[in-house]
Design a protein around this ligand. Structure first.
Ligand code: UDP
Ligand code: MG
Length: 314
């Protein structure tokens, strides 16, 4: 029999953990004629009752595995950890808050049986999300696709079903700061969108404050594109051309007495501040890449696991 693995990252999700498990269990046991299942919950350093609840669930049900981080490493790291521990043939990544309904898994499995290898959830509508979130999300995907070398489908989050093969490729990538939805698109294989209505959060608040969204956006842009560097280069050349033009103009105006030289003060100031700004922007962008090189060369683990439940060490 084939096996389905479901990965659920959790950060302060005590209000939804139980409900999330129940809904997943119902769906997965409904498939028991054809599939075995496992659910891997990752407690991403929550200090509330999330871990207690998960421990109790895992005690009752040996198909439930729990990975608990020593602190909060972030959503992407939590999913990355889950991907390392799966034993199934088809792998589902889903949020704990039930915004992406688990009831869709059987339909996605059908698409998988038809030979598709990445079935990615595409949101038709997003209920209960603020205008601000919708606007920033749309800006983010536009910028990302304009800059990046790989096409990253719009309105696509991390909710998806992927084949074991694809997960093994992702697991073999040594890079850190993984932007998973980008990588899943980048790896190729047979991809197919799966349209669905994104629901409201069942309970609790979003665990993605602006700071975490910005970090995700940065990972998306800087790890999938070197275009920012090229843009800076182009801007640099243009600003040098402008300064040459200003230089020629001021020499000519000195020779032909077009202007009182003191009036050049304005253009000097404009040029100086403009160039200063350019240099700062360039430094910042180069810094982004240098920071990433630094991070990769450190070879620090992406996460530290405090304990695991129902997982045999190999
Ligand atoms: N999450 C996590 N670590 C974090 C932030 C979020 O594991 O640092 C989990 C969270 O518990 C949820 C999923 O990632 O299962 C998506 O988070 P959320 O629903 O808050 O994001 P939103 O849907 O608002 O973008
Ligand atoms: Mg959510």
């Amino acid at each position: 029999m084939k096996k389905v693995s479901v990965i659920v990252p959790m950060y302060y999700e005590e209000e939804v953990a139980e409900e999330c498990y129940k809904r997943l269990k119902k769906v997965l046991e409904g498939l028991s004629e054809k599939y075995l299942y496992e659910i891997i919950f990752i407690n991403d350093g929550s200090k509330d009752k999330t871990l207690n609840i998960l421990e109790n669930i895992a005690q009752d049900n040996k198909n439930v595995k729990v990975i608990s981080f020593s602190r909060n490493f972030g959503h992407q790291c939590a999913v990355t950890a889950g991907l390392k521990y799966i034993t199934g043939d088809a792998i589902v990544i889903i949020d704990a808050d039930l915004q992406d309904p688990p009831e869709l898994i059987p339909e996605m499995l059908k698409l998988w049986e038809d030979g598709n290898e990445v079935i990615y959830g595409k949101r038709k509508s997003r209920k209960g999300e603020s205008k601000f979130k919708l606007l920033t999300a749309s800006m983010f995907y536009k910028t990302l696709n304009a800059l990046s070398d790989v096409e990253i489908p719009k309105d696509t989050g991390d909710f998806r079903l992927v084949d074991r093969k694809v997960v093994e490729v992702i697991n073999s990538l040594p890079e850190h700061n993984k932007f998973l939805r980008g990588l899943f698109s980048w790896v190729g294989f047979k991809q197919i969108p799966f349209e669905y209505e994104r629901k409201e959060r069942v309970a609790g608040k979003t665990k993605y404050p602006l700071s975490k969204m910005l970090k995700l956006a940065q990972d998306g842009i800087f790890s999938f594109s070197t275009k920012p560097l090229r843009i800076v280069g182009t801007m640099g050349i243009i600003s040098i051309l402008i300064s040459i033009i200003i230089l020629i103009y001021s020499i000519l105006s000195y020779i032909f007495n077009w202007n009182d030289l003191a009036s050049g003060w304005t253009s000097m100031m404009v040029t100086m501040t403009f160039l200063g700004g350019m240099i700062l922007i360039s430094l910042w962008m180069i810094g982004e890449y240098v920071g990433r090189i630094y991070d990769e060369t450190k070879r620090r683990p992406e996460y530290i696991i405090e304990k695991t439940i129902n997982i045999n060490k190999d």
